[in-house]
Design a protein around this ligand. Structure first.
Ligand SMILES: CC(=O)CC(=O)SCCNC(=O)CCNC(=O)[C@H](O)C(C)(C)COP(=O)(O)OP(=O)(O)OC[C@H]1O[C@@H](n2cnc3c(N)ncnc32)[C@H](O)[C@@H]1OP(=O)(O)O
Ligand SMILES: NC(=O)C1=CN([C@@H]2O[C@H](COP(=O)(O)OP(=O)(O)OC[C@H]3O[C@@H](n4cnc5c(N)ncnc54)[C@H](OP(=O)(O)O)[C@@H]3O)[C@@H](O)[C@H]2O)C=CC1
Length: 284
């Protein structure tokens, strides 16, 4: 299975990062979103990241241009007809992901691998929206994608060994480290990380300490690079809530109940860094 042409769906913080690392590794990449303005926002983030590398003299201006030349904007899912691999990074919502996968199944050649960057949703259920469940796989990158080494690779019930191997090999070409896991809610990463973040939100909700104090305890006491509330803002509070809901529903265990304060913030549109306000303010 030779992978040369890739489409990344969703030009948000994850999709733009995934498109960037794919283009840096030499793949030709379509970056797809619903509207041109979202794609352009993704391109602007990539441009900023690459320019930072140029400014630090880790990359030449010519190399930056070469990488950018491998990226093509797309607002038409039909462009996926020319790809060997699609990596979906749209919002964390089963209906949206299933719709996208059903369409991709119609549009793409039969050998095209369909991967999802879902944080927590069952790969097996997403695969069931297609007639090629053996070619559907989870490829879970970490945020910020250009920096974080891990890609959790999740086998759905029907994922073939050949497809698993192709994705593991491709991940290594991105200079990332693949780790194989099975298809359970939240996989490994978010089954462990998100309850910790949710507990930090409960700690704030119950008035145990101020937000800065909670973050300081985990940063200085446990050597975490970011405190859990800062990290929640960084991930996106909507994404954090969707992941907790998937864990709660998937395991049917109340230990995963999302904190009411998290729900309130999401309802208010305080989604963290991406909207300028979450537990902290990021205006200006
Ligand atoms: C929700 C899910 O499903 C799964 C997830 O992704 S969970 C989230 C996982 N991610 C984390 O836990 C991140 C925790 N935070 C960290 O590791 C660090 O704070 C951090 C890497 C984000 C920043 O590190 P830092 O030391 O504070 O910052 P800084 O010194 O400015 O940056 C270090 C490098 O990262 C780069 N960087 C920082 N933020 C970046 C961003 N948002 N995008 C791209 N590059 C970034 C910098 O350019 C710098 O690169 P060089 O080494 O090439 O110079
Ligand atoms: N944030 C994180 O730390 C991580 C997130 N993930 C997962 O990655 C995925 C994306 O998350 P993230 O990048 O943070 O989210 P963002 O909200 O930053 O980006 C999502 C993007 O997808 C677009 N989109 C929504 N529906 C469609 C569609 N039908 N077709 C094409 N594009 C669409 C959105 O457009 P619009 O704004 O119009 O909705 C938006 O531009 C989620 O599944 C998330 O769980 C995985 C690892 C880490």
């Amino acid at each position: 299975m030779s992978i040369q042409n890739v489409m990344v769906i969703g030009a948000g913080q994850m999709g733009s990062g995934i498109a960037q690392v794919c283009a840096m590794a030499g793949y030709k990449v379509y970056l797809n979103d619903l509207k041109e303005e979202f794609v352009q926002k993704g391109f602007a983030a990539i441009n900023k990241n690459l320019q930072r590398q140029v400014d630090k003299e880790k990359m030449t201006a010519e190399q930056k241009q070469e990488i950018l030349s491998r990226l093509t904007a797309s607002t038409d899912l039909q462009d996926a007809a020319q790809t060997d691999l699609v990596i979906e990074a749209a919002v964390e919502n089963m209906k949206i992901k299933s719709d996208i996968f059903a369409k991709l199944d119609e549009i793409t050649p039969e050998q095209t691998i369909l991967a999802t960057n879902t944080s927590s949703l069952p790969i097996t259920e997403i695969a069931a929206a297609t007639k090629r469940p053996e070619k559907v796989i989870g490829m879970h990158f970490m945020n910020p994608v250009p920096v974080m080494k891990l890609v959790e690779i999740i086998r759905g019930l029907a994922t073939s060994d050949e497809v698993y191997q192709a994705i593991e090999d491709m991940t290594k070409t991105l200079k990332k480290v693949p780790v194989e896991v099975n298809d359970f809610p939240g996989f490994v990463s978010n089954r462990i990380l998100m309850p910790m973040i949710n507990e930090a939100i409960y700690t704030l909700y119950e008035g145990v300490a101020e937000k800065e104090a909670i973050d300081e305890v985990m940063k200085l006491g446990m050597n975490h690079p970011m405190g859990p509330l800062t990290l929640a803002d960084f991930i996106g509070l909507d994404t954090c809530l969707y992941i907790m809901e998937t864990l709660h529903e998937g395991f049917g265990d109340d230990k995963y109940r999302p904190c009411p304060l998290l729900r309130k913030y999401v309802k208010a549109g305080w989604l963290g860094r991406k909207t300028g306000r979450g537990f902290y303010s990021y205006e200006g």
